[in-house]
Ligand binder design. Structure first.
Ligand SMILES: Nc1nc2c(c(=O)[nH]1)N[C@H]1C(S)=C(S)[C@@H](COP(=O)(O)O)O[C@H]1N2
Ligand SMILES: [Mo]
Length: 446
């Protein structure tokens, strides 16, 4: 049995020009554009770090006793301060796609899902979506207000919030526009770009219901809250009280054991499990209790779904059940036939993932994958399955089912209902073509 060997996408896999070219070609509707991007990228292929470092002598080698430097002499002094990843991991980066937005402040950086293990996204690799740039706000000056249908409107300092009973929970956050470039046809080459507006963290904070109760909220008449951010984008979203009342919605300051990162909303953000990222208002400064939806710009002009009949659907906030194989995925190369651990992520905005099936023949046959623990509600779930590649072309897919019994649709099924001109809530089955050469490409089937 061969050890699994994968060549990661090299650092310069998609340079600025490469990506611009991919998007330009995608817009012009060409279906074979990915080939060009891959050829361009292949020119920059570097020897992977792990291979370059592999200087271990073979059996019988007369140099067998030549120990490497790190086994013979003193190592580095303690690192102290805030730790950093190995220099050999320098290609594991968030990446921006220049084709998507015109300015760096109103933009997205995608998480490198293909390089991650387990379910937690390291905070420094969490995807970013800013409508008007990020801020590093002085927590001693930050205030959070609760008003509207409450007896006593309240203004909290960070110190006051952090004295209250807190909870810590693992949840995914997915931008509603994740996979949004792929509605009409294949548009981007890697899993980072198809699915990387997705991350998962342990969030720590105070349930919003606690703060509403402290302000004497009218919980019989109050049906919705408005959440408002402190940045210049005037990010405002309506959240139904049914979610708030369950205790799931958090006013969070912690992420993966430390304070939120500035780009993720430091010092305070809303956590709305299962709901698209835009409702997770960052730099949270106010929540107002009301009796009807607020119909803000971010839920009437933006974040609506264009249906095939030309009408727009509003308030489609839940992220339906979805999954993606992260290894092997677009941009990677299988070096050899033989054994591989096929692995990926599954999630549902409606609860726990119940099952993931994997196909290696474009959906004709399916096998049920292993779900790695923990399997948590509204959280990423890691799945994996054994696969022996026979060296022939193969199409790898994953199909998730959640605890409500909902099954992730394929493109034919999804487009029959949603058409091809939407942006948001594309939860189709993803297909990766493994070519005879071992190169893996983004394709769409069924
Ligand atoms: N204040 C504020 N909150 C915001 C945004 C923003 O631009 N400003 N972007 C929203 C969108 S569209 C998404 S997808 C998520 C992204 O969160 P992240 O940057 O932590 O990944 O934040 C949401 N909250
Ligand atoms: Mo978003």
């Amino acid at each position: 049995m061969n050890a699994p060997r994968l060549r990661p996408a090299p650092e310069n896999f998609l340079d600025r020009d490469g990506v611009a070219q991919v998007f330009a070609q995608a817009r012009s509707g060409r279906r074979d554009f990915i080939r060009g991007a891959f050829a361009a990228a292949a020119a920059g292929l570097a020897l992977p770090a792990a291979q370059a470092q592999n200087t271990a002598p073979a059996d019988g080698d007369p140099n067998i006793l030549n120990l490497p430097e790190h086994s013979k002499s003193l190592g580095q002094p303690i690192a102290m301060g805030y730790g950093k990843p190995s220099k050999y991991e320098a290609n594991v980066q968030r990446r921006r796609s220049p084709g998507l937005t015109q300015t760096t402040q109103a933009s997205v950086s995608f998480a490198p899902l293909q390089s991650l293990f387990g379910i937690v996204t390291p905070s420094g690799l969490h995807f970013e979506r800013h409508h008007q740039g990020w801020w590093d706000i002085d927590p001693s000056k930050h205030r959070f207000m609760v008003n509207g249908m409450v007896k006593t409107p309240k203004v909290f300092t960070m110190d006051e919030l952090m004295r209250l009973p807190s909870v810590s929970r693992f949840h995914f956050i997915e931008c509603g526009a994740n996979t949004g470039m792929e509605w009409g046809n294949v548009a981007v080459p890697t899993c980072q770009y198809t699915h990387g507006m997705l991350s998962c963290s342990e969030f720590t904070g105070v349930p919003l219901i606690t703060l509403l109760e402290m302000a004497g909220a009218d919980l019989t008449k109050g049906k919705f809250v408005l959440a408002e951010g402190g940045d210049g984008s005037s990010m405002t979203r309506t959240i139904p009280m049914s979610l708030v009342r369950s205790g799931e919605v958090l006013v969070a300051y912690g992420q993966n054991g430390e304070m939120l990162r500035p780009e993720n909303g430091y010092p305070l953000r809303l956590v709305v499990p299962g709901v698209q990222g835009v409702s997770w208002v960052k730099y949270l400064r106010r929540v107002e209790l009301g009796d009807q939806p607020y119909a803000t710009k971010d839920e009437t002009i933006h974040y609506v779904d264009l249906m095939p009949d030309g009408q727009h659907r509003q308030y489609t906030s839940t992220q339906e059940c979805k999954s993606v194989v992260t290894t092997p995925s677009g941009g990677q190369t299988l070096l050899d036939k033989g054994f591989y651990n096929v692995t990926g992520l599954a999630w549902s905005g409606r609860g726990k993932v119940k099952r993931v099936d994997v196909s290696a023949d474009g959906g004709r046959n399916w096998r049920t994958a292993r779900l790695e623990s923990p399997v948590l509600s509204k959280c990423l779930t890691r799945f994996s399955i054994d696969w022996v590649w026979d060296g022939k072309p193969a199409i790898i897919q994953s199909r998730a089912t959640d605890e409500t019994g909902y099954v992730q649709p394929g493109y034919r099924q999804l487009r029959a209902v949603r058409g091809t001109r939407s942006i948001y809530h594309n939860n189709s089955i993803q297909s990766w073509l493994v070519e005879q050469s071992g190169e893996v490409k983004n394709v769409q089937v069924g």
